[in-house]
Design a protein around this ligand. Structure first.
Ligand code: KG4
Ligand code: ZN
Length: 335
């Protein structure tokens, strides 16, 4: 059998996901069982509930993925699984499932970093060209990652407090919008004008780091102050102003990094990459930049999924990277 079949498993947060990637780039199966409905009433992901759902779902999702791809365990070349970062109890379910399958069928095991997965989602739609920069924006991460070759990740900037998605979710909560709030703020922002002045945290000259907690507090204060005056802020205007501030900083720093590092490509990754405002702003800016290609995955590959873990695992496996049966969940794993 000359084809390479990689199974990807992702359980770091609130999606139980299994995918099968053929020859590194072709999605043969991509199953995502979302738990969002179970966490909604708590306004965020409850770790214990997440773990229990993963335990209930994992075998079903594994079988479904094999069925969709039309293969069996013994056809697999390797099994890639998210080892971290994430919720430890959630990660453990995926890691243990991967180890069980690898052991039972004698299949190589590859532990994958969740962010490497988000970045490699882009390889499912485009051939990566180095050097490149990836803007990773999710509920847990905001990072600018420089890559000079496959498997090499250099974090040149990261958030010092809240992740971009976290800020979206907290602002959404202030506006009484359901969890996860990102898509709701995005939608409201399209319907309003950015009329409310809000801060932008540029940080020190030359820094590629981010900070969103000041912006988040400014939004909360704006709402409370208005309430005290007996006024009501238009949610559309607040959403548009908040979104403009976030996008302004993300886009400006990404463009600056792209030109300083003279990259051939800029990749967008993570759940916040689904943001319409961010996608449009990047697309507009990149029209002015010659010789640098912007790649944005379709929405289903931006939010958590296992196809991205399979894609990253495929490259690692080709580079000879494998994990042993001692592989463990690592909630604070560095890239
Ligand atoms: O990558 P992801 O699915 O999970 C993590 O690894 O964190 O990202 C989830 C985050 C949530 O904070 C959610 O609100 C945000 O992505 N998100 C969005 C949009 N869609 C999802 N944020 C802004 N605009 C969106 N359209
Ligand atoms: Zn993620």
């Amino acid at each position: 059998n000359v084809d390479q079949w990689i199974m990807g498993i992702e359980t770091s947060c609130d999606e139980t996901a299994v995918a099968i990637i053929k020859n590194g780039r072709e999605i043969a199966a991509n199953i995502v069982a979302s738990q969002i409905e179970s966490h909604k009433r708590f306004g965020g992901v409850v770790p214990e509930i997440a773990s229990r759902h993963h335990v209930e779902q994992i075998t079903i999702v594994l079988e479904e993925a094999l069925k969709q791809a039309g293969i069996q365990y013994d056809d697999l070349t390797a099994i890639a699984v998210t080892e971290g970062p994430g919720l430890v109890g959630a990660l453990l379910v995926g890691v243990n499932a991967a180890k069980a399958v690898a052991f039972a069928h004698g299949i190589p095991l590859v532990g994958v970093h969740h962010i490497a997965g988000h970045i490699y989602a882009n390889r499912l739609i485009a051939e990566l060209q180095f050097p490149l920069i990836a803007l990773v924006v999710s509920g847990g991460h905001t990072e600018l990652v420089y890559m000079k070759e496959h498997g090499h990740f250099e974090v040149i900037g990261e958030t010092r407090d809240d992740a971009a998605g976290e800020a979206y979710d907290k602002v959404a909560r202030t506006l009484n919008l359901p969890y996860p709030g990102g898509p709701h703020i995005d939608r409201l922002a399209q319907e309003g004008e950015a009329t409310i002045p809000l801060p932008r945290a540029w940080l020190e000259e030359g820094s590629y780091d981010f900070s969103f907690s000041g912006l988040k507090s400014a939004v909360i204060n704006t709402v409370h102050n208005a309430e005290q005056r007996g006024e009501k802020i238009k949610p559309q205007e607040l959403a548009a102003s908040f979104q403009e501030s976030v996008i302004d900083v993300l886009v400006t720093k990404t463009i600056k990094a792209a030109s300083e590092y003279k990259v051939k490509q800029v990749l967008l990754a993570g759940g916040v990459a689904a943001n319409k405002g961010l996608r449009t702003a990047l697309e507009d800016k990149f029209k002015e930049i010659p010789n640098c290609e912007l790649i944005i995955p379709p929405l289903a590959l931006c939010t958590d999924n296992a196809a991205m873990i399979g894609a990253a695992g495929s490259i690692m496996f080709e580079k000879g990277i494998q994990s042993t049966m001692a592989l463990n969940a690592n909630p604070g794993l560095d890239i």
